[in-house]
Design a protein around this ligand. Sequence first.
Ligand SMILES: Nc1nc2c(c(=O)[nH]1)N[C@H]1C(S)=C(S)[C@@H](COP(=O)(O)O)O[C@H]1N2
Ligand SMILES: [Mo]
Length: 323
Amino acid sequence: MLAVRIGHGTIIMLIRVPRAWEIPERETTAESVYRSRRELLTGAGFAGLSALLGNGLQAAGESPYPAKRNTKYILDRELTPEAVATGFNNFYEFTLDKQRVKDMVDGFKIDPWTVEVKGLVNNPKKYDFDDLIKRFPIEERLYRFRCVEAWSMAVPWTGFPISALIKEVDPKPNAKFMRLVTVNRPEQMPGIRSQSHYPWPYFEALRLDEAMNELALFVTGIYGKPLPKQNGAPIRLITPWKYGLKSIKSIVKIEFTAKRPPTLWNEVGASEYGWYSNVNPNRPHPRWSQAQEKVLPDMKIRPTLLYNGYEEYVASLYTGKEF
Ligand SMILES: Nc1nc2c(c(=O)[nH]1)N[C@H]1C(S)=C(S)[C@@H](COP(=O)(O)O)O[C@H]1N2
Ligand SMILES: [Mo]
């Protein structure tokens, strides 16, 4: 057990860090066998074979996981242990207790799942999730992940660039923003009723040029497996240069708009949570500094990086005044 204190000051949490021997042997074995089989085939030097293989596996109903890692995106720190990233979650539709979310998601139904894309687009769509995951090739990327509460992780996400979906739905010239909405199921998500003061369902938004940035992903998996429900199954957003609150989970609706849509945290506390919520060590939260972060699992302190270290990718989107 490890006692930690995070940004809210009054909150003390206990994280149980599993030892290596607690990870069931059969899980790791099955995965490494699967991975080496793919590596064997993809490393055989047949150009295009891996792409064909990927589609073939999916068409045959086999798992597209683990997806090939895109090695362009490298980390400056260790990956967070899987048990920590899947056992310490912010998902207020279930509970505010980060360590209990995973125990409350059993009744949450993610199959079937439809993502509706509408608004200012030439090709509005209703994607069945099973079709969606076959349609857009998924890859693995290692990204830093920084919560506004001043803790951080480093996570292997699996997903596809948002730009791929945007190209398919073909926004009209007057589309300038993308609004995203989480599923609203009070009967399956007990926090919706117990936290009734929040304006559910959870809603977020990006500027269209932010959504088109190469870093912006729709994520369907982590640690080489489909996304667990507590992490936002079956599909969520990841924008690694922004605070985690932007990375809306369990998305069912995407709408393209001309006017800037509101976002949940900015709506409930504009002075604390900016619409942009870009990671910025120089802009303190009114109740705590953002200059440093506590890196899970051991809460070691590191300086916070501007745009979470993704400045070279995203700085050109901003003037530096956005909050
Ligand atoms: N629908 C929904 N999405 C959400 C949240 C939430 O409460 N509900 N919390 C956000 C916050 S504050 C963070 S830090 C991340 C946490 O993602 P993780 O649990 O996968 O680490 O999800 C974000 N997406
Ligand atoms: Mo967060």
